[in-house]
Design a protein around this ligand. Structure first.
Ligand code: 5AD
Ligand code: SF4
Length: 428
């Protein structure tokens, strides 16, 4: 989601006549697109903003902007002002569309008359989607279908910094997707904090997915993120009804114990999650399922953690993003009794080891089989990569001109857990 937001920011700058540079020393404008979901992300961004101070001394005309969800935290505007007085523009998540206007505004003043702009408004204001995007992920294009989140999981800062759920109109989404497919994009990924609660003009997510899946182009359709409490068999039926929709679901479980799930406010049980997995696998046996899993949430006992490991063993995710719980200001869990850092570290190490072992074992299921792969990138020496419909990355050799093509790749090697193959009917 943040990558796509950066594409919108880059597009705004290009439409003002700026060009991208790889060397920060030559920049006229620097925009920090921030994230505050975990403390580590926030610390990193502080360090990076600090690094710019010297550049500002060398080039007083440099415009430094900070946008993204970190700015939306209570009191953050003042913190940024006092820590980094050289910042010129701070915008919140719902007024980032004003970035171009604000840059134009301050660059039109002589230096001594330049004012600082700090505009943080309620994060739940209406959707403004008229950005010119500088897309950087061809053949994939990201498409926001909704913004914000209403779930208030007790550990999560997102609803505070991104506001209440707001869905875009189905017509504007369909128009955008058709335009992207006409332009030659081969994979569309629908984005939202919880796509399953999409609702606009009487369309729910199932109806939207069905309508996009039915578009008569050769393309792939993915979506993320799905919340287990809202994920339904109707979605899986629609996935099976359209060839374009990938056999892939990102379904964050967060924890395997009912005690922890309840304390997290996730609104489903371990049993309900496992039922969902069985339902999906009954209808789509080779469905790739990935997850987000957190360790060290307050109240997580050894037994609770053991249940997370047992769930991971039972489900056998294709892959999982694993996180150490990080207390976030203003959330319910921040006020609960915290787990010591050494226990969190032990748990995350065990969880990563287990998931790595499973991912590696699952890699062998692909060996000696042929898959349709969308070529996503080609590096030096024609070293290419692309994904199967169910989300596994495969490495193979092919020329750069093939980026965006669908190729049949025969997987002939598993190295660590990475898959390697060759183009079928003509080794390359
Ligand atoms: N600490 C650690 N991980 C978190 N996530 C969300 N909030 C926190 C937090 N406070 C994780 C969840 C979510 C993913 C995007 O980030 O697992 O699904
Ligand atoms: Fe955060 Fe929960 Fe919303 Fe996901 S569903 S963004 S974890 S509050």
């Amino acid at each position: 989601m943040n990558v796509h937001e950066s594409e919108k920011i880059a597009g705004t700058l290009v439409s003002l006549g700026y060009v991208a540079t790889d060397d920060i020393n030559f920049a006229d404008v620097i925009v920090f697109n921030t994230c505050c979901i975990r403390d580590s992300a926030e610390k990193k961004i502080y360090a990076k903003i600090g690094d710019v101070k010297g550049l500002k001394r060398l080039n007083e005309l440099l415009i430094v902007c900070v946008v993204g969800c970190m700015t939306q935290q209570t009191g953050m505007s003042d913190t940024l002002k006092s820590k980094f007085p050289f910042i010129d523009i701070v915008l919140g998540t719902s007024n980032v569309h004003l970035l171009g206007e604000k840059i134009k505004e301050i660059s039109s003043f002589y230096l001594k008359n330049r004012k600082k702009i700090y505009e943080i408004t309620d994060s739940s204001t209406e959707i403004v989607n008229d950005f010119y995007e500088l897309r950087t992920s061809y053949p994939n294009a990201w498409v926001n279908i909704m913004y914000g989140c209403n779930n208030y999981c007790t550990y999560c800062i997102v609803p505070f910094v991104r506001g209440r759920e707001r869905s875009r109109s189905p017509q504007s989404i369909l128009d955008e997707v058709k335009r992207l497919l006409d332009e030659g994009y081969k994979e569309i990924t629908l984005l939202g904090q919880n796509v399953n609660s999409y609702f606009s003009d009487n369309w729910n997510f199932a109806k939207l997915l069905d309508a996009i899946g039915a578009l008569s182009f050769k393309f792939r359709l993915r979506f993320m993120t799905s919340h287990p409490k809202d994920f339904s068999s109707e979605i899986v039926d629609i996935m099976t009804a359209h060839k374009s929709i990938c056999n892939f679901i990102h379904l964050p479980v967060q924890a395997g114990s009912n005690n922890v799930l309840k304390a997290m406010g996730r609104q489903y049980t371990r049993e309900k999650y496992l039922d969902l997995i069985s339902m999906i696998r009954n209808k789509i046996p080779d469905c790739g399922i990935t997850s987000d899993i957190m360790v060290g949430f307050p109240t997580e006992s050894d037994e609770d953690f053991f249940e997370t490991l047992e769930l991971v063993k039972a489900v056998r995710f294709t892959n999982a993003f694993t996180f150490v719980y990080s207390p976030r200001t203003g959330t319910v869990a921040q006020k609960m009794l915290q787990i010591p850092a050494n226990i969190k570290k032990e748990r995350i190490t065990k969880l990563i080891e287990l998931q790595n072992q499973i991912s590696q074992e699952k890699s062998y299921e692909y060996l000696n089989k042929t898959y349709e792969i969308l070529v996503e990138g080609v590096k030096d020496n024609d070293l290419a990569c692309g994904k199967t419909s169910n989300g596994r990355l495969v490495n193979f050799k092919c020329g750069e001109s093939k980026i965006g093509d669908f190729l049949n790749i025969h997987v002939d090697k598993v190295k660590a857990s990475a898959l390697w193959g060759h183009i079928e009917n003509g080794r390359e």
